[in-house]
Design a protein around this ligand. Sequence first.
Ligand code: ZN
Length: 149
Amino acid sequence: MSKIITHACGHEQIHYLAGFASQQERKARWLETTKCTTCFLATEQAEQAEAAVRDGAAIAHLDLPSLTGSDRQVAWATTLRASRFCSFGTRPVIEENGYQACVLVTDAKWWIDHRALTDHELLEEAERCAVEVSILASSDHDPSLPQAV
Ligand SMILES: [Zn+2]
């Protein structure tokens, strides 16, 4: 059964309610206490934007290099990197080499691809990439090779 629900935010939204009449009634009552989808998403986005600004301000003193990639990748990766460095800041012991390597990673895609790693894994991964790059840089490597970082 489809029903128009007036949400807590005052907006009306059509919902499909499944199940027995009593279940539908319970669901409808619960929906009335929640925000409509539009307001819910707007709140969530505002919270994420707020967190990004907060993280960005907290790491501004680190003076990190600009990221490279598409506008979309850079915007996303900048947020991911900011929250990482905030998180690193609260670690009791910083894995120094990995930390330095992370500072130097400017490829937006790298930050996006590794977003699911724990801080520790990320630091290790950055260090591993940095070692590969320095090996490439110190040997007679083919300059057409893609950058490892
Ligand atoms: Zn609403």
